[in-house]
Design a protein. Structure first.
Length: 358
């Protein structure tokens, strides 16, 4: 018994300083609060020779403002959902982007908006397609997610739900801008010429490789490690017959899952729908993360790049932004440029436009 007591006493003496030291170092090492945010304002044939220096500066300032709006939410401990909504609203309110004010025109000369949002913690989601009076479509997507039993509402019904939710309504003319009207006129001239030659009803340059400006979106990871992703767009210039793109389609233009990543897409929506781009990236990433012993940050980028390449192989074009629960944020696009930006609790902050920028 004496021997046993001695042994225990010796163990206490030997281990005590170690345990104390561990306890001391554990205290400040409490889980560090981290957050990250990534946004896009559309991808396409965006190159230096197509944008004036003034427009370049204006776009960068607005991307920075949007990044700051979302970062402020995350810095103060707000949720990823609040952060992406704050980010996207700045872009929806700015006429430079094809979402909210400044959305492209339908063939009939109206503006028809699509939006979606997803919460990676619960995999709850909301979306609205073909709306015409809700000032900030991302708020409507959020209301569908949080206050309805549905995921996707469309057309007048979606706007009616929006009114019932008390969201700000505007006349459809609020969204119109002269430059988007000119783009519609140019599109109609080209489309009529294609039709006269017996061509496809949809001008191929809208669906294929010469595609310019689009959609806005954001993905955030908050201090709790929850991911949210959201996307908002006016769709394609001259769209007809109630055409809906990928942006309000959960899994195509938007996806979020705390087990893998959040994704928001921009590009030729038909191809993003066919590939299910956002879900495809998240699923491949989850499986790789769970099963591959060699998993690294390169794996994430490789997966994003290969899904974009597969979408491109079908004839589409565009890009995505992603954020993971382990703090990785990034982009993948096959176009000459993509309006984009990222910020995190590490102090990184950047915006970029052209493909050759970091
Ligand atoms: N990516 C936007 C759209 O195709 O509508």
């Amino acid at each position: 018994m004496t021997q046993l007591f001695k042994a225990i006493a010796i163990m206490i003496i030997v281990l005590a300083p170690t345990s104390w030291a561990a306890a001391q170092s554990d205290a400040p090492a409490q889980a560090e609060k981290t957050w990250s945010l990534v946004l896009h304002g559309g991808a396409g044939t965006i190159s230096r020779d197509r944008i004036t220096q003034e427009k370049d500066a204006e776009i960068r300032a607005k991307l920075t403002e949007a990044l700051d709006a979302g970062s402020a939410v995350l810095k103060s401990g707000g949720s990823a959902t609040d952060a992406i909504v704050a980010t996207i609203m700045v872009l929806e309110d700015d006429p430079n982007f094809n979402a909210g004010k400044g959305a492209v025109f339908t063939w009939e000369g109206t503006n028809s908006l699509d939006s979606s949002i997803m919460d990676g913690a619960t995999r709850n989601a909301g979306a609205a397609a073909g709306t015409s009076t809700t000032k900030n479509p991302i708020l409507l997507a959020r209301a569908v997610m949080e206050n309805s039993r549905h995921v996707l509402l469309s057309g007048e019904g979606a706007d009616q739900f929006s009114r019932e939710q008390g969201l700000e309504q505007v006349d459809n003319s609020y969204f119109a801008t002269p430059s988007r009207r000119e783009a519609l006129e140019r599109f109609k001239l080209r489309q009529n010429a294609i039709s006269a030659l017996g061509g496809d009803q949809l001008a191929q340059d809208q669906l294929g490789r010469d595609w310019r400006f689009g959609t806005v979106g954001a993905v955030a990871v908050d201090n709790e490690g929850n991911i949210a992703a959201g996307t908002s767009t006016g769709g394609l210039t001259g769209k007809q017959w109630g055409r809906i793109g990928d942006s309000p389609i959960i899994g195509a233009g938007t996806y979020a899952d705390n087990r893998s990543c959040g994704v928001s897409a921009t590009g030729a929506g038909e191809y993003f729908i066919r590939v299910g781009v956002a879900h495809e990236i998240c699923t491949r990433l989850r499986i790789a993360y769970e099963t591959r012993p060699d998993f690294s940050e390169t794996t994430t980028q490789d997966i994003a790049d290969s899904v974009i390449a597969e979408m491109g192989d079908l004839g589409g074009s565009g890009g995505i932004i992603y954020a993971t629960p382990w703090g990785q944020i990034g982009y993948s696009f096959d176009t000459p440029g993509m309006y984009r930006g990222m910020a995190s609790s590490k102090g990184d902050k950047s915006v970029a436009i052209y493909g050759d920028e970091e």
